[in-house]
Ligand binder design. Structure first.
Ligand SMILES: Nc1ncnc2c1ncn2[C@@H]1O[C@H](COP(=O)(O)OP(=O)(O)OP(=O)(O)O)[C@@H](O)[C@H]1O
Ligand SMILES: [Mg+2]
Length: 238
C-alpha cells in the first residue's frame, strides 16, 4: 500500500449513511443521510437532543451496527465489504470504545480488565500483562492494578475503561457520554486525560450532553433528527 495516500485518507468517511428501524407500520429514521469525514488526531464532540441519533452513529462508527444505506470507510476500507471475522478484527484493532456505565468485568482486577481485549490477538501472557500495566500507568492507575472495580472510585473505574480502550493502540477512541455518571470534579479529571491523549496523537470522538465538554474538543458536530445540523470548530481550534 502507498502509505503517503493512507496518511492523507481520513480515519472515518461516511457518505449518505442511514439507519432505519422498522417498528410495525412505522419506520424510525435514527440516521437519515449523514456525510462526515474525520481526520487523524481530530478531537470531535457529537451533540444533539435525546433521540437525535448520537448513539446510533457511534455504534456504526464502532462497527457494532451496520447502516441501512450509505458507505462507511474506516481507514480507507469499505466496512460493508468486510467479512465477519475481518470486521471483528477491525473492531478489536481500530476502535477503542468507552461507555457511560464503564462496562468492566466486576470480578476481574483492573489489570485483568485491561488485558482482556488483547486475548483475541496473538500476544503472549507476559506481553499482555506488560501492555496492560503500561496502559494503566498512562491513565494514572499504576498503584491500583490489583483492585477490583468495586474497590475503585467512579473516576478510577472510568480510567480503567479508558486504559482498556487504549491498550490495543486503536486508531479511534469512541466515547459515548463518558462522564455521564461522574461528578463535576471527576469529569474535569477525565477530560484532562482525554486532552493529554489527544496531545499524544489519539483521534477522539465524544458524545456529550454537556456544553463545557463539547467546547473542550476542537470540533462540534450537532445532530438533529438523524442529520447533521451543524459542524463547526470550537474556540480552542487552531
Ligand atoms: N433498536 C432500536 N429500535 C428502534 N428504534 C431505535 C433503536 N435504537 C434507537 N432507536 C431510535 O432511534 C432514534 C435515535 O436513537 P439514539 O439512541 O441514537 O439517540 P441518542 O441521540 O443517542 O439519544 P440519547 O441522548 O437519549 O442517548 C431514537 O428515536 C430511538 O428511539
Ligand atoms: Mg445515546
Amino acid at each position: 500500500m502507498d502509505t503517503g495516500t493512507a496518511a492523507r485518507e481520513p480515519v472515518i468517511r461516511l457518505s449518505g449513511i442511514a439507519r432505519h428501524y422498522r417498528m410495525g407500520e412505522q419506520t424510525v429514521r435514527a440516521l437519515d443521510g449523514v456525510d462526515l469525514e474525520i481526520a487523524r488526531n481530530e478531537y470531535v464532540a457529537i451533540v444533539g437532543a435525546s433521540g437525535s441519533g448520537k448513539s446510533t452513529l457511534m455504534n456504526i462508527l464502532g462497527c457494532l451496527d451496520r447502516p441501512s444505506a450509505g458507505e462507511y470507510r474506516l481507514n480507507g476500507r469499505a466496512v460493508a465489504g468486510m467479512a465477519e471475522d475481518d470486521l471483528a478484527r477491525a473492531r478489536n484493532r481500530d476502535i477503542g470504545f468507552i461507555f457511560q456505565s464503564f462496562n468492566l468485568l466486576s470480578r476481574s482486577t483492573a489489570l485483568a480488565n485491561v488485558m482482556q481485549p488483547l486475548v483475541y490477538r496473538r500476544i503472549g501472557l507476559v506481553e499482555r500483562r506488560r501492555l496492560a500495566s503500561e496502559a494503566l500507568s498512562r491513565v494514572g492507575l499504576a498503584e491500583r492494578m490489583m483492585h477490583l472495580p468495586n474497590q475503585l472510585s467512579g473516576g478510577q473505574r472510568q480510567r480503567v475503561a479508558i486504559a482498556r480502550a487504549l491498550v490495543g493502540r486503536p486508531s479511534i477512541l469512541l466515547a459515548d457520554e463518558p462522564t455521564g455518571n461522574l461528578d463535576s470534579a471527576t469529569t474535569v479529571e477525565i477530560m484532562a486525560l482525554f486532552d493529554r491523549l489527544h496531545d499524544d496523537g489519539q483521534t477522539i470522538i465524544i458524545v456529550t450532553h454537556e456544553p463545557e465538554i463539547a467546547e473542550r474538543c476542537l470540533r462540534v458536530v450537532r445532530l438533529a433528527d438523524g442529520r447533521i445540523a451543524s459542524d463547526r470548530p470550537t474556540e480552542r481550534a487552531p
